[in-house]
Every structure is written in structure tokens, then in C-alpha cells.
Ligand binder design. Structure first.
Ligand code: HPA
Length: 270
């Protein structure tokens, strides 16, 4: 894997990806943040050696280097999901690349369903902790200790300092920002009523199909991380409405201005 990583990193450095400080994974609901980035370089995922190939058609699949709020950033426009058939190592490969390019902080967004019924669709949730229900770990491979400790501490996977900043920005801008536990599932099917009940009993506030693998690898690499979910549907097992992906995307789009604002201000404050 080290050989592959070196090839990818050399390629991107040659393309002008020059020591970014912050990595950003633009999930559903944060795509418009790119409009605020002064784009200096961009490369399609399918041109980057050893990168997994983008398949989700509503993501554009590009790695972007630029400036945002005076900071050098590397932005993933579109991410890889387990449900597309990638391995957990594939899904997290870009995090290892961004770390090798120089990032010290990783910021992540995603779309999630609200398990906590005090949280409403269209609102945002800062991830305070997570539960990994994707069945394996992105660190479960031979040679993992070449990259960092195998038995990674997960007592505080999300950076408390960044989270405090997120909360104070939200407060000062009048943006509703809940705080809670995100549980990752494989998907792509949504949950049954029985599964939503189980997730609630487990202690989850929101459920989604991404983010946790990237956060685990970021902790492996000792990056500071923070993540925000846009809540796109309400997972009330006793009144469950059939959801469809169009509705989920529409909700994410509705919350996007708040999400973009929050991230922009946060990056400015770092
Ligand atoms: N479940 C899983 N993933 C999701 C959901 C959900 O209800 N909503 C958005 N992503």
C-alpha cells in the first residue's frame, strides 16, 4: 500500500497540490461550499493513479486544491461508499493521501436520518461520537502498523476544540445545530422499523452510510477531525413514511446554505 500511496501523492504534488492544511470531504448537503473555494488545481478521481473510481452519479468525483478563507485546502468533491462495492481500505484511501499531502485537520459532512425524534429533517447535527455498524474496520489489514498504531485510541475521535468552535459559530449565526451520536450502516437499503428501534436503543441520534471509516483512519493518522450531518429524514418506527432518495437530496439541498456558512466560518476561525 505504501508504494501505491507514494505514487498517488507524487502525482498530486506534481499537479500542484502544494501542502494543504485542511482536508474537506464534501458529502451530500455541502457541495455548494466549492463555490467559495478559490480553485487552484483540480483532478478527476479517474485520472489519479491508484484512486478508486467514482461511481455515484450525483457526485462529480474530483479532488480539488485551492484556498478557502485564506487557508490551503484539499477538497474531495464526492466520496466513496461501502455500498458501492468498495472495500473499507478503498473508501479511506483518499484520507491517507490527504494526510501525506500535509493536512492536519479533516472536516467531513454527510446526510443522515434522524433517529432522535427531537431532531427534525432539514436540521444539522454535529457528530459528537459514533457507532461503527459497518461490520469491519478500515484498519483490519496486514501491515496497518506501518501507518500508525494498530490499536487506535477512540476515546475522543472528534476534536473537542473544533466542536466548541462549531457550536459557538452556530449560536452566533442563529443556526440550529444539534449534537449527537452517528451510527454508520452499510446500506444502500434504508432501515426497517425494527432496525430503527434497535439503533435508538443502542444510543444513536442519527444514521447514515458513510463517515465512520474516514474518521477511524483520520484518528489512525492523528488528524484532528470534525463532522456535521444534515438530517434528511425522520426515522420514527411507529410512523415511518417511505423515503426516497430524491426527497433525501431535496432536504440536504434545503439545509445547504446553513451547512456552507458553518463550515466557512469554522475554517476562517482555525
Ligand atoms: N438511513 C441511513 N442512511 C441515511 C438515512 C437513513 O434513514 N437518511 C439519510 N441517509
Amino acid at each position: 500500500m505504501i508504494k501505491f500511496i507514494n505514487e498517488t501523492v507524487d502525482y498530486l504534488k506534481e499537479k500542484g497540490f502544494d501542502s494543504p492544511e485542511i482536508g474537506i470531504i464534501l458529502g451530500t448537503g455541502l457541495g455548494q461550499l466549492i463555490n467559495d473555494v478559490e480553485v487552484l488545481k483540480e483532478v478527476s478521481y479517474n485520472h489519479i493513479p491508484n484512486f478508486p473510481t467514482a461511481t455515484v452519479e450525483f457526485h462529480k468525483g474530483k479532488l480539488i486544491f485551492g484556498k478557502l478563507a485564506g487557508k490551503k485546502v484539499v477538497v474531495m468533491q464526492g466520496r466513496f461508499h461501502l455500498y458501492e462495492g468498495y472495500s473499507l481500505q478503498d473508501v479511506t484511501y483518499p484520507v491517507r493521501i490527504m494526510e501525506q499531502l500535509g493536512i492536519k485537520t479533516l472536516l467531513v459532512s454527510n446526510a443522515a436520518g434522524a433517529i432522535n425524534l427531537n431532531f427534525k429533517k432539514g436540521e444539522l447535527m454535529l457528530i459528537e461520537d459514533h457507532i461503527n455498524l459497518q461490520g469491519s474496520s478500515p484498519l483490519a489489514f496486514k501491515g496497518v502498523s506501518q501507518f500508525g498504531e494498530r490499536f487506535v485510541d477512540m476515546s475522543a475521535p472528534y476534536d473537542a476544540g473544533i466542536n466548541t468552535k462549531f457550536k459557538s459559530i452556530a449560536k452566533s449565526k442563529g443556526i440550529k445545530l444539534h449534537e449527537g451520536v452517528y451510527v454508520s450502516v452499510v446500506g444502500p437499503q434504508l432501515e426497517t422499523r425494527a432496525e430503527y428501534r434497535m439503533l435508538k436503543i443502542m444510543g444513536a441520534d442519527a444514521v447514515g452510510m458513510s463517515t465512520v471509516p474516514e474518521i477511524i483512519v483520520a484518528n489512525h493518522l492523528k488528524l484532528k477531525v470534525a463532522a456535521v450531518s444534515v438530517l434528511t429524514d425522520e426515522c420514527d418506527p411507529d410512523n415511518l413514511e417511505p423515503v426516497n432518495i430524491e426527497e433525501i437530496i431535496a432536504m440536504a439541498t434545503k439545509a445547504e446554505p446553513d451547512m456552507v456558512h458553518l463550515f466557512k466560518e469554522l475554517i476562517e476561525s482555525l
